[in-house]
Write a protein that binds this ligand. Sequence first.
Ligand code: GLP
Length: 241
Amino acid sequence: MIDKKSPLPIYYQIEEDIKQRISDGEYQPNDMIPSERILSENYAVSRMTVRQAITNLVNEGVLYREKGRGTFIAENKIEQSLKGLTSFTEDMKTRGMTASSKLLDFEKVTASGEISRKLEIEENAEIYRLQRIRYADQKPMAIETNFLPAAMFPNLKKENVRGSLYDYVEKNKRQKIGKASQIIEATIANEDQSSLLEIPLGSAVLHIERHSFLEDGTPFEVVKSSYRADRYKFSSDITRG
Ligand code: GLP
């Protein structure tokens, strides 16, 4: 299994071996991996080498550690294409998962400068601010805070955002959502995010800001989302030339 004569570092070979066992199905998500001592015996290498391999796999999100319990196989990350403008509900449905939400906040507030500019409304005009935890098969995936112009959705109620917001918007405005621009940045979980997303403080979180428009070009939402980086990765096809 481990080739000590190979130019590949031993810790790297261990990493590859663990990944292979995951793709072969020998290790399943949330299975505990053997202790450092057992692994070092099995691979006939030092504990330090095993530790290096494990740390790299934890940093990569392949494994996760739980204090006092051990090291476990992480769930497969959800791969989200950066191509289509889709809703969370649709994204989960295409993966055979069930989307649900917990509404943390639903309020009419006045728009800040940044939000009013993006929504093309007067500064201090009323907006709805709604914050939801988004779940896939009951596991928290993201926290999303949406800002919507109140004048555009005069009858918006809590009940309307328990399911898909995009569904409500398209039915209510009788037109499709057209386009959006978004920015993805790396951040780390603060206390609130760590307790709501059920991840350790300081874990990697992907911050996504989306600015969305209806088909006729009217901006209808600004969204600030925090996605669990251990459950999400983004992909895109790119061409040169
Ligand atoms: C995704 C996007 C959000 C958008 C949401 C709508 O999660 N990141 O910007 O607001 O989908 O989802 P739904 O229609 O399920 O409420």
